[in-house]
Design a protein around this ligand. Sequence first.
Ligand code: PXL
Length: 280
Amino acid sequence: MQKRALAIHDVSCEGRCSLTVALPILSACGIHTAVLPTALLSTHTGVFTGYSCLDLTEEMRRVLTHWDTLPLHFDGLYSGFLGSYEQIELVGDTLQHYHSEHTLTLVDPVMADHGALYATYTRQMAGGMGELCRLADVIVPNVTEACLLMDQPYLENPSEGDIRRLLEGLAARYGCAQVMITGVPRKGLLGAAGFCAADGSFSYAGAPQLSRVFYGTGDVFASALFGAMLNGLAMGQAMRAAVDFTNAAMTHTLENGLPLHYGVAFEQALPELMRALGMM
Ligand code: PXL
């Protein structure tokens, strides 16, 4: 049976991130994906200025009201960048509404990077993102978001012990079965560190660190991870596949010589992801 997922993110019209990344990656993973767009922006907010941003909360309510008349079921629920504080409650209600015994819920608490909140995010929204994390089986914050979720100052150079404490703390505080922190450096590698609450195990998957600042890589990683997990890969294997895919996308971007703020060339790495999932 083909798996069905719901992806709740913004549409950034230019600059590959959020839905323009999640949808093609999940399609390549063979997953029938419905979308609930949270906001419409001309670009992402990471590096561009003067972008337009339309909060879609009211339209989301209309979409959900219509969906209530349809027999919809989702195997996976995946949320990311949100448009406003008011919207967080609606997204929480939606995750609960479509949750069933076998649903995999992945919340990417997108709100900050490199020690700072994104331009459209407030402290109040950061608190609300924590409430969404409580509804998730899996969360994938970066180091900045992990520190915010734990109400602690940003760790610029976290040690292995710092990352373990964050992982365990997040799992305990938000009740998530699996926590992964992204953008974790270790011995010249950059990757993701994971914690599985069921057996208390830690894991790490890294790839050679490329000394450039990329955009949208958190979304590329999380989408590939979610696609891999919906295809039945265990956390460690899914993390490995998603790290390799993200690294390949970054490498293609550098080879293409494209400006980095337009996101990474994940399109050219999709065959690699599909091979890792045994699809070709
Ligand atoms: O990649 C996360 C993201 C998603 N959507 C928008 C963003 C960002 C990060 O900056 O600005 C609109």
